[in-house]
Design a protein around this ligand. Structure first.
Ligand SMILES: [Zn+2]
Ligand SMILES: [Zn+2]
Length: 441
């Protein structure tokens, strides 16, 4: 029998070690923090010009030659190691600090949307493109022009203190967030082959919060974006003799209803799930039972376990209903963008920095997880990651709406976001740097 000391002591030590706090965030208004703030102020008008230029010339998808050229040029002028060619227009810039420390990364996405801008801004986009055979306007309606601009600003601010910076900061300018798997493709193309970050940070603009406020979620922040396409088949027959063939419309209708029952009766209320059959096409005349029905659905939930559970349950429900009706079917189920999981420890640390930099706890707004998707989740497969929501609602508006032709953002958020992210990254590095490097000048 082991003595109580040998049993208990290691346990106590383990608990103490596990609970050992990281170094506290450095004191407010230290010399280095003042330098970051002063540099941000110096850069602000230049950054706003860059944002307006990017805003006026949006590009779609993974091929963003104009935007990535601006980004590459800016990083090169800062004297940062620039690598290109990831996911077509993706750029990775590596800033090596003068002090030893870990590698951390920050991401800004660069792509726009096929929306015709109606803001009336003097720098509103007039650019167009042909998408799916239709001419459309192009617009930075999701704030990625602001994300890209802030990425450049943070690089410039941290480059200005590079001698005192511990470790390495990797700046990721990502294409194809809205449509095209840009984050995953950048990783697949070797963006982090030789410089592997131990943490990833990012912002998204928030259309419900004013400039100066920061939205946060600890744990799941956005949903898995999965879905299926189902083709129900029949021989078709006269509408007056429905016993002569399978009616794919009735089978499809039963499936639509059964999937809602599945959510309500088979899943815990604590596991947020949405199944929306957003497309149901069948038939051409009131008196003909058609030869097929085609259903398309989006399926949203959080985490890998849940998405697989849903796939099994949906497949089982569809298979059983079709078999009961004697209907043949083709089901194509696909996993899309994964849910973003904000690492709770990184969130906690960054919020301590944000409270200090933004000046009050009231500036920090806890938010519920969203059912939308965000491909920043791909970086979470490399290392712990966190995305914050940065308030951009203009002072004279209650709210604004991303993905709408009238989306407006308060440019005052740009220097606020730059200064805050520079501090979050610096604090992250200082907390993990060796004792000789943790002092702020
Ligand atoms: Zn978007
Ligand atoms: Zn977006």
């Amino acid at each position: 029998m082991r003595s109580i000391v040998t049993c208990v002591l290691p346990t106590v030590l383990l608990i103490l070690l596990a609970a050992a706090p990281l170094r506290p965030a450095p004191p407010p208004e230290s010399g280095l923090e003042k330098k970051l703030k002063a540099m941000t102020e110096k850069l602000t008008s230049e950054l706003i010009d860059i944002r307006r230029d990017i805003h006026a010339h949006p590009e779609l998808g993974n091929h963003l030659p104009r935007t990535s050229a601006i980004v590459i040029d800016y990083f090169r002028k800062l004297g940062i190691d620039v690598r290109t060619g990831y996911a077509d227009s993706g750029v990775v810039a590596v800033l090596r600090g003068g002090q030893p420390g870990p590698v951390v990364a920050v991401r800004g996405d660069m792509d726009a949307l096929p929306i015709t801008e109606e803001t009336g801004l003097p720098f509103a986009s007039k650019d167009t493109a042909v998408v799916d055979g239709r001419e459309t306007g192009l617009m930075h309606a999701c704030g990625h022009d602001i994300h890209t601009t802030m990425l450049l600003g943070v690089a410039a601010v941290l480059a200005s203190v590079r001698d005192e910076l511990p470790g390495t900061v990797v700046f990721i300018a990502q294409p194809g967030e809205e449509c095209c798997d840009g984050a995953r493709l950048m990783i697949a193309d070797g963006a982090f082959k030789d410089v592997v970050p131990e943490a990833f940070f990012a912002y998204h603009v928030d259309d419900t919060l004013k400039a100066g406020r920061l939205g946060y979620t600890s744990g799941f922040m956005s949903a898995n974006v999965d879905g299926f396409t189902l083709e129900i088949k029949s021989e078709g027959c006269h509408g007056a003799s429905p016993w002569s063939c399978v009616d794919p419309i009735v089978v499809g209708a039963e499936i639509v209803t059964a999937l809602q029952v599945l959510v309500a009766r088979e899943l815990s209320v604590h596991n947020n799930t949405v199944i929306t059959v957003g497309s149901f096409h069948s038939g051409s005349a009131p008196n003909i039972i058609p030869e097929s029905a085609r259903l398309e659905a989006t399926v949203r939930n959080y985490g890998e376990d849940q998405r697989r559970l849903l796939q099994d349950k949906i497949t089982r429900t569809i298979t059983n209903i079709c078999e009961a009706a004697g209907a043949e079917f083709d089901l194509a189920y696909a996993f899309g963008t994964s849910s973003v999981y904000n690492d709770p420890a990184l969130v906690r640390e960054a919020l301590a920095t944000a409270e200090r930099v933004l000046g009050s706890k009231a500036a920090l707004v806890e938010q519920k997880p969203e059912m939308g998707g965000e491909d920043f989740s791909a970086f979470g497969t490399v290392a712990p990651a966190v995305m914050f929501n940065l308030g951009v609602v203009p002072p004279d508006l209650e709210a604004t709406a991303v993905h709408s032709p009238t989306f407006l953002a308060d440019e005052a958020a740009i220097p606020i976001g730059v200064n805050l992210m520079a501090n979050i990254l610096l604090d992250h590095q200082l907390r993990r740097a060796g004792p000789a490097e943790k002092k702020r000048s």
